[in-house]
Design a protein around this ligand. Sequence first.
Ligand SMILES: CC(C)(COP(=O)(O)OP(=O)(O)OC[C@H]1O[C@@H](n2cnc3c(N)ncnc32)[C@H](O)[C@@H]1OP(=O)(O)O)[C@@H](O)C(=O)NCCC(=O)NCCS
Length: 166
Amino acid sequence: MDIDVVAGSVTDVDDLAALWIAMVEHHRHLVGQEYPVRAAEQSWTVCRQEYRRWLEEATGLLFIARPSGSGEPVGYILCRLAESGATFDLGRIRGDVDSLVVADRARGSGIGSALLAACRAELQRRGCSYWSIGVLEANHDAARLYERHGFRPWIRDMLGQLEQPS
Ligand SMILES: CC(C)(COP(=O)(O)OP(=O)(O)OC[C@H]1O[C@@H](n2cnc3c(N)ncnc32)[C@H](O)[C@@H]1OP(=O)(O)O)[C@@H](O)C(=O)NCCC(=O)NCCS
């Protein structure tokens, strides 16, 4: 399958629902027994609002992979443009990949890598020196891909459940 990776905009967001839901279901498969993962439709409602806001505010970059000659998206990457913050001198803005997903049937053929490469090139064009990506500890396959693209473990997010006092 020949694939084109093109920049997307807010008008493309509604085309991403099925891929987003596939990623949520992948997360449910990995950690749904341990952590509460939102129902698919509810999750997409929240995600759609966020994507629209980030793209309208120009605090997000979107790249979409489609079979050549158009067609349904088979993957996408959404990268936030984040302030570097007070501790680490990562330049004024760093990229922070919020979402990366490729359709189940198309995985393992280089589309995820092509999406990462398109995003990296745009960040470099904008003068960014660093980018980051969050990955579930249980998502070993994705982490291996990210290490191949130069990412290294950095911050470790930890989650604690709070019991409500009775
Ligand atoms: C992670 C993902 C985007 C990679 O896209 P891809 O097109 O399969 O990636 P590529 O073909 O460029 O690279 C293949 C590598 O991706 C990783 N990978 C992760 N899940 C994979 C899967 N189900 N099938 C194949 N490769 C997978 C592996 O590191 C693989 O390399 P390997 O040969 O060492 O196993 C895609 O597999 C996916 O959508 N997974 C489910 C959602 C997800 O986990 N997203 C990441 C959230 S942080």
